[in-house]
Design a protein around this ligand. Structure first.
Ligand SMILES: [Zn+2]
Length: 291
């Protein structure tokens, strides 16, 4: 569970959110059995998605898909207005040499490519938008999406600190400018405070409230808190749908193997189907074909 703080400052001209996402990143790492660098890459995207939770409409989900040419492959994270996140990475096990700052080379892992954002309110066709990756470090890329595609000037700072023992710290802060009449002094200080910001270093020393008052350069902030959890909405019924689309030959093959195992991409939960259950699917398919 991650504790999310969100609210406004400067008479509502600025909105912000901040999260300690250590538990969420640890859960993603354990579920998908990720090695170090994939944990950091997916952890950053999941943290970024979590930061947007308070800005979603009721019942809305937002999905961030990073498609780069680096070894990470596709990296996907989704958040819902109910305060859930989930996500996965194509390549769960790879490492690169540290970058020139001695840090995990997230940019190298992601490579060049695009960030696709899908906003779904469950009624109409989801709204999809694609922007090029401008950094590959993820926080800047999400900020660029909001600034460019939604015309909301934004800054994100996200960090996942990891050593051989596991995730040490993980968290993020996001700020958005809702009213452009805000003074240039405030804008300058926000920009200055977000430049080269290491959120995980700050988290070791300060509470999230103190980090926010420092970053926003004001004590006058109004905020609320909510819990964000790693939660998937998969089920055996949904897993069954993935068997239903298989060909008759594939189903016969699975029956020969004694049954089927379906793994959820999002959360790595496994669903087992006995030989008899697969035979049932096959029979239903055969009879629907004959009718
Ligand atoms: Zn799942």
């Amino acid at each position: 569970m991650g504790k999310l703080l969100y609210g406004t400052a400067y008479d509502g001209k600025v909105r912000f959110s901040a999260i300690d996402s250590k538990d969420l990143v640890m859960e993603a790492r354990e579920r998908h059995k990720l090695s170090y660098l994939p944990s950091v890459v997916l952890g950053r995207l999941i943290t970024g998605a979590a930061l947007t939770v308070p800005w979603l409409g009721e019942g809305e989900t937002i999905t961030f898909i990073i498609s780069g040419d680096g070894p990470a492959g596709n990296v996907t994270a989704q958040a819902s207005s109910e305060g859930t996140v989930r996500g996965y990475i194509s390549n769960t096990s790879f490492e690169l040499k540290p970058n020139s700052f001695g840090k995990f080379d997230v940019k190298g892992a992601v490579g060049k490519g695009d960030l696709t954002v899908v906003r779904d309110i469950g009624l109409k066709t989801p709204y999809t938008s694609k922007v090029p990756l401008i950094s590959g470090e993820i926080a800047e890329d999400i900020a660029y999406y909001y600034t460019k595609s939604e015309q909301i000037p934004s800054a994100f700072a996200i960090g996942v600190l990891m050593d051989q023992h596991g995730i040490e710290e993980a968290g993020g802060v996001a700020v958005q400018i809702l009213d452009r009449t805000i003074s240039s002094e405030v804008l300058d200080s926000l920009e200055r405070n977000f430049t080269h910001l290491s959120i995980t270093t700050l988290m070791k020393e300060k509470s999230m409230e103190d980090i926010l008052t420092y970053l926003l350069a004001t004590n006058d902030i109004l905020y609320e808190t909510m819990d964000v959890v790693f939660k998937c909405n998969c089920s055996k019924e949904k897993a069954l749908q993935s068997l239903n689309v298989l060909s008759l030959d594939d189903l016969v093959h699975l029956i020969g193997e004694g049954g089927a195992e379906v793994t959820c991409n999002w959360c790595s939960s496994k669903y087992y189907f006995s030989k008899e259950e697969v035979e049932n699917i096959l029979h239903i398919k055969q009879s629907s074909r004959e009718s």
